[in-house]
Design a protein around this ligand. Structure first.
Ligand SMILES: *[C@@H]1O[C@H](CO)[C@@H](O)[C@H](O)[C@H]1NC(C)=O
Ligand SMILES: *[C@@H]1O[C@H](CO)[C@@H](O)[C@H](O)[C@H]1NC(C)=O
Ligand SMILES: *[C@@H]1O[C@H](CO)[C@@H](O)[C@H](O)[C@H]1NC(C)=O
Ligand SMILES: *[C@@H]1O[C@H](CO)[C@@H](O)[C@H](O)[C@H]1NC(C)=O
Length: 485
């Protein structure tokens, strides 16, 4: 790159599911577009991030102080991973306290550039307040939403229209969606089903969203039209689909020797299996099924006769007390030995190289919590899914995959629902045993994969993919604003 372009300031919320897509977008803006990136976060997260950056990146990390104990949180809480749902609300609500420090940080950046403001601030959806800060200094402001558009649209309309939770019916309507769209109450995440009343933080955040200049989504125009239409109707700012923004680090974001070893193990094991024969099971970094659900799942995996890789973490309800092998006591007796002996399954603890696994030809389906990063990785690789949603907008993502795209079968919702291994087996067979439904899902998944590929294809013979075009439009809009100064 001949000359470094201007500064873009990126500021994700302090959670794995937000930081990773922000870093992926940052790397794209730096390495493909040549911008200088300042990446803002709290000290512990920055410390971790520094280790996972490719050596040729010069993304600059800027620390913003945050003392969790000041907000009634456990000491050194700088991500959501170790927090209970209740503390998570508290953590999110504490985030506007970062405003003075962020204002100061912006002021320093302006000074450093002799009065010239950063071209653009790209903030998390939780940091709607940063629009006012960006504008104060004359910078363009965009919100990058790490979720899918459809799922976030349901999230938005639900919080805006909470009073209709009072209805005693099984379904809630979705104001702002086309006629006839509704959502089953029993599939709502606990955090929404048990909400005592309006969440003031969310309502304020939605008002702050009205001040941003643009909304960016890690999605693809062609697969997320219902959601994009919703946002374009609700907000007057530009709404751009820039996805898929996949980490060029693969899933090796957690770099290190141990990760490389696990990576090799998984890929070598997959290499020994026939095409489309392996079920990949993973629930993301935030939640896990309950202990009884985990046992049913383990029984189902054995009974299904399928090959599988299972990223198995202790159940959310597992009580750690007097046991000999803390990591595996929650599995059925002898489970690990049996699957090792017949070479049917691979248990991976804590972490797996998800992108590498999903892109392997041996993978036939993905049992997922349907967090958006997982969804976009599965769709990019043409992998059909089974949904077992946990929290947040995941059940809405699953609805989209099932009803709009047709690449997913619903398996379970939440950690408090009853699941039976017979039902799990039946659904695994529906997807993986060559049924009409299973074949149709695979065909659709491959179609979506091609659509996604096309969306991100660079200009050639006059054709430019929708996501490439959206990125150009976004950067041009920011440039136009900076010229006006
Ligand atoms: C940095 O390295 C990655 C591979 O690790 C490569 O894809 C990328 O093009 C490189 N970027 C620059 C600006 O050299
Ligand atoms: C955070 O604040 C508490 C008291 O409010 C203080 O005891 C502690 O040292 C602070 N921690 C850091 C890392 O500044
Ligand atoms: C539900 O209805 C009751 C009375 O009809 C009302 O007091 C309450 O605020 C409503 N709940 C929500 C979440 O709006
Ligand atoms: C599905 O396939 C597995 C082998 O992968 C086999 O054991 C099982 O019997 C099949 N189930 C049905 C219903 O055909």
């Amino acid at each position: 790159m001949a000359q470094r372009k201007e500064n873009i300031v990126m500021f994700p919320f302090m959670a794995q599911g937000h930081i990773i897509p922000f870093l992926a977008l940052a790397l794209k803006l730096e390495q493909q577009k040549g911008y200088t990136i300042a990446f803002v976060n709290t000290p512990l997260n920055i410390h971790k991030l520094k280790a996972s950056l490719p050596p040729n990146s010069s993304i600059r990390f800027l620390e913003i102080p945050f003392n969790s104990t000041d907000h009634g949180l456990p000491p050194n809480s700088e991500t959501t991973e170790s927090l209970s749902p209740l503390l998570m609300y508290q953590f999110v609500e504490s985030s506007p306290s970062l405003k003075p420090a962020f204002t100061k940080l912006m002021s320093n950046l302006v000074k450093e550039q002799h009065g010239r403001p950063p071209l653009c601030v790209i903030s998390d959806m939780f940091f709607g307040w940063s629009a006012a800060v960006a504008h104060k200094f004359g910078s363009f402001h965009a919100i990058f939403n790490a979720g899918g558009c459809y799922g976030m649209a349901i999230f938005h309309t639900m919080w805006l229209n909470l009073p209709h939770f009072n209805v005693s019916s099984d379904e809630v309507s979705l104001p702002g969606f086309p006629e006839g769209y509704s959502f089953q109450v029993k599939k709502l995440p606990v955090s929404l089903r048990t909400v005592p009343g309006p969440w003031e933080f969310a309502l304020k955040m939605f008002r702050e969203w009205l001040e941003t200049d643009a909304m960016l989504f890690n999605t693809v125009e062609e697969i997320d039209q219902t959601g994009l239409k919703y946002f374009r109707k609700q907000f007057s700012c530009s709404v751009w689909a820039l996805g898929p923004i996949l980490s060029p680090l693969g899933s090796k974001a957690r770099a290190g020797k141990e990760a490389a070893t696990i990576s090799n193990l998984c890929i070598r094991w997959l290499d020994t299996k026939p095409a489309n024969s392996v079920l990949y099971v993973a629930f993301g970094s935030q939640n896990t099924p309950s202990q009884s659900q985990t046992r049913e799942l383990a029984m189902a995996l054995e009974a299904s006769g399928k090959n599988f890789i299972w990223v198995a973490r202790p159940p959310s309800t597992f009580v750690e007390s007097n046991f000999s092998d803390p990591s595996l006591e929650w599995l059925p007796k002898g489970f690990e030995r049996r699957i090792r002996d017949n070479n049917r399954g691979l248990l991976v603890q804590q972490w797996a190289p998800q992108m590498e696994i999903l892109s392997h030809k041996s993978i036939g389906a993905f049992l997922s919590h349907c967090g958006w990063n997982s969804v976009i990785e599965a769709l990019s690789n043409g992998v059909p899914m089974l949904s077992w949603t946990m929290d947040a907008e995941q059940p809405f993502n699953a609805k989209m995959l099932e009803e709009e795209i047709g690449v997913c079968v619903g398996l379970a919702c939440g950690t408090d629902s009853e699941v039976r291994h017979e039902d799990i087996v039946r659904k695994i067979e529906l997807v993986m045993n060559g049924t009409e439904k299973g074949k149709d899902m695979k065909k659709k998944a491959c179609g979506v994969r091609e659509m996604i590929k096309r969306a991100s294809s660079m200009e050639r013979k006059g054709f430019k993919g929708s996501s490439v075009k959206a990125m150009d439009e976004f950067l041009n809009a920011a440039m136009q604003m900076s010229k006006k100064l």
